[in-house]
Design a protein around this ligand. Structure first.
Ligand SMILES: NC(=O)c1ccc[n+]([C@@H]2O[C@H](COP(=O)([O-])OP(=O)(O)OC[C@H]3O[C@@H](n4cnc5c(N)ncnc54)[C@H](O)[C@@H]3O)[C@@H](O)[C@H]2O)c1
Length: 363
């Protein structure tokens, strides 16, 4: 019926346009309405109209709704796949680029940097000239990956004598004491911190009624408190140094839309909090030349999501069907975005939310 109503109005409007276009009055314009109208027309009977039948109560919401039976489980720690270091993206002389994008002589800190997006973003920062402090709950993996990052950098920059300083540090980002200890350790090793990326975070799927409260608190603790604690800790250090700095918080498209079919209300709300925290701190710290921005990734193919989707092909197909770009992102797709937001190339950008989602949030 909607289509027919529009078509009818369009025909009327067209007639008005050809005969009396200059005299289009508001009363005439109002006829061009998108509101569906009641009609006695027999063909408006749902039984005869596939569109109406598909919109009948028993079908409504069938496709865009959460489904509490969808529970994506993280593998146990022993089976967590390590993220491979990316090949062939760095190097001093690959391609010429604007000097503004360089992070030369900067020290960057990435939380959750041992795996997934954090690791590959960290690699992007190293390729762009920065030293790097990787912070993670899993210190052994952070140390191993720090070594691999330097090794990869060496391969991509033959002949270069000075290697980046990449260090690994333990922190539970949700614990204030642990965060303070990690910051002190990093300052001892690197002498300063210029940039921060908060990538430590995770998601979980329970329908809201069944979500165990202690797990919800943990999810908020890591995604929200962890972001807040590192941001305030690094900003305090920058203010004491009277130095400019740049902070990038890793939110998610889930902070702006509701994913389907997996239910994850607390995660979505936590990521909305991260996005607005970035905006709020951007205003609070603008006068001190500390920029705070958010990157909101869509579905990204990390080693972990790859494992989960290999085991759930239906979910993979469902997710991909909802992405205008027709494919999931890769961690490498964030390398340029994070480098841009930390570098002088984005000097006048603060409080922004950069969605890297293949267009997901547009539809
Ligand atoms: N992968 C995606 O599709 C996707 C999409 C949108 C947003 N994100 C967000 O990006 C960030 C990184 O996700 P990922 O896919 O790389 O996840 P991941 O699980 O591969 O990596 C997360 C890292 O954070 C660390 N970590 C977890 N809890 C921690 C804690 N309490 N303290 C310190 N470190 C901790 C883990 O050990 C791990 O190394 C998260 O905030 C996530 O919500 C991911």
């Amino acid at each position: 019926m909607l289509h027919r109503a529009i078509a009818r109005s369009a025909v009327k409007a067209q007639a008005l346009g050809t005969t009396s276009r200059p005299a289009l009055l508001s009363s005439q314009v109002r006829q061009f309405s998108f509101t569906t109208q009641r009609s006695n027309n027999k063909s408006d009977d749902p039984e005869n109209d596939p569109l109406l039948r598909a919109s009948s109560p028993e079908h409504q919401g069938k496709f865009a709704r959460t489904d509490e039976s969808v529970q994506i489980e993280y593998p146990p720690d022993s089976e967590m796949p390590a993220q491979p270091v990316v090949q062939g993206r760095g190097g001093m002389h690959f391609k010429r680029t604007l000097a503004q994008f360089s992070l030369e002589n900067k020290v960057s800190l990435v939380t959750g940097g041992a795996r997934g997006l954090g690791l590959v973003m960290g690699q992007g920062l190293v390729a762009s000239g920065s030293d790097l402090a990787i912070v993670d709950l899993n210190k052994a993996e952070a140390e191993e990956q720090a070594g691999k990052l330097v090794e990869q950098f060496r391969k991509e920059n033959p002949g270069l004598e000075q290697m980046p300083n990449v260090t690994a540090h333990y922190a539970d980002v949700s614990n204030p004491t642990s965060v303070q200890e990690a910051l002190a350790e990093i300052l001892e090793k690197h002498k300063r911190i210029d940039n921060l990326v908060t990538s430590a975070g995770f998601t979980e799927n329970f329908d809201a009624i069944s979500y165990p409260f202690d797990r919800m608190k943990k999810l908020w603790g890591v995604n929200v408190d962890g972001t807040y604690l590192f941001a305030t800790g690094v900003a305090k250090h920058l203010m004491e140094r009277k130095a400019p700095g740049s902070i990038v918080m890793i939110g998610s498209m889930s902070g702006s839309i509701v994913n389907v079919p997996q239910p994850q209300a607390p995660y979505n709300a936590a990521k909305a909090a991260v996005r607005h925290l970035a905006a709020s701190l951007a205003v609070e710290w603008a006068a001190q030349d500390i920029r705070v921005n958010c990157i909101s990734p869509g579905y990204m193919l990390t080693a972990l999501t790859r494992k989960i989707l290999d085991e759930n092909p239906q979910l993979r197909d469902k997710w991909i069907s909802l992405i205008p770009a027709g494919k999931m992102g890769t961690p490498e797709d964030l390398m340029g975005a994070v480098t841009f937001l930390l570098s002088d190339a984005s000097k006048y950008i603060t409080g922004a939310d950069l969605r890297v989602d293949g267009g997901y949030t547009l539809t």
